[in-house]
Design a protein around this ligand. Sequence first.
Ligand SMILES: Cc1cc2nc3c(=O)[nH]c(=O)nc-3n(C[C@H](O)[C@H](O)[C@H](O)COP(=O)(O)OP(=O)(O)OC[C@H]3O[C@@H](n4cnc5c(N)ncnc54)[C@H](O)[C@@H]3O)c2cc1C
Length: 387
Amino acid sequence: MSYFLNEDQTMMRDVARRFAQNELLPLANKIDADEAAPASLTQRCVELGFLGLWIPEEYGGVGADLTTTCLVLEELAKASPSFAGLLSVEMILCPAVAHLLGTEEQRQRLLPASARGERIMAFSQTEPSGAINTQAHQTKLTADGNGYRLNGAKLFCTQGQATTYIVMCRTQRDGQNGYGVVIVDREAKGFSVDKYEDKLGWRGTNTGPISFNDVRIEAGDVLGDLLTGNAAIAPVNQASFMGHAATSLGCAQGMLEQTVDYVKQRTLYGEPMAKLSPITDRLAIIVSKLEACRALLYTSTKLYDEDKMDQPYGSMCKSFICETAYECCHQLLQMWGGSGMMNSTGVNRYFRDARTKLVAEGSTEIHNAAISAVVLGLPTQLGSLMG
Ligand SMILES: Cc1cc2nc3c(=O)[nH]c(=O)nc-3n(C[C@H](O)[C@H](O)[C@H](O)COP(=O)(O)OP(=O)(O)OC[C@H]3O[C@@H](n4cnc5c(N)ncnc54)[C@H](O)[C@@H]3O)c2cc1C
């Protein structure tokens, strides 16, 4: 699909490809084992412009489009899907919410520091009652003098080492209930990161519960309208879903490339394994499926970039591409036989990362519910998922 890309997009994709293959891939197994990425890697991503790629130039970023951003994420994910997943939150979701809802002061406070990698941000919505079931959420903002107090608890917050948390919460104004968005500083009194979970995949970052005990929120820390902030972020959520789909696509592509090398050099019954027809048949189907995913993804990002989205393309990409990538990784892992089950081979992390992506950033079922509600013209309670 290179012929669809302009010169800037191709150049940035190639920069990301070189960085991913030369600097990220050699560290990918260690990132998976340690459940942490070295700070030096994030610093390299700042130097290469990845962190501020989608942030407009007037706020210290590169001002690239979503297509370029997804191309970079796909390349990074070929080497380390979990590192790419972590960057996706930093490159798209958090800065996009801050830019869409923020006042000039809030944008200046959050975006240039984010592009420089000095302000790592996290996005927190999920609660014990479910990610999307916001009507049952308990985290609540209440008025206190000229500001507010925040109380409650969240689950599965990715980027445990963030300095700034963008938090969804129940709100009230003049007797009316809403669901808004606030900025919480990691150092705020009453805020705590409770623990990090040991998880199946996506191990390049910490994920865990966070809680708020009477945390003071200044009026200037509310992002967007107090009652409708969360609903307003639907369009940027759709962009974020495409970023996550790009990481799943890169995940399967990276595993495919390593598996092709493996079946070419592995000998079975005195012949290269690549000559077995079940292998060639499966490889052909996998390559075709991934190319179909690529077509869906970059058609969707182009529509987003041109402001022509008339369907929830982000949810379509998240659901279809993540499921397809997982199926492909499952098939590819089988080709490695027993070696694939051994962590030392370094290939089963792709399978685990692809599996984790079926839940993280909204499960497949949640995205399918959003897509079908649009198709059927039905009302939905899925709020900020809908574009
Ligand atoms: C590695 C990882 C990182 C994460 N990072 C973050 C983060 O940074 N911030 C954050 O806020 N959240 C984060 N999450 C949470 C993630 O978004 C949720 O786990 C996911 O959306 C599913 O929600 P749940 O866990 O509450 O499942 P539940 O809501 O308990 O769902 C259970 C099952 O019911 C299905 N289901 C739920 N609702 C519907 C529906 N309406 N229609 C059909 N089926 C439905 C689900 O698909 C699932 O199969 C992360 C999760 C993981 C695994």
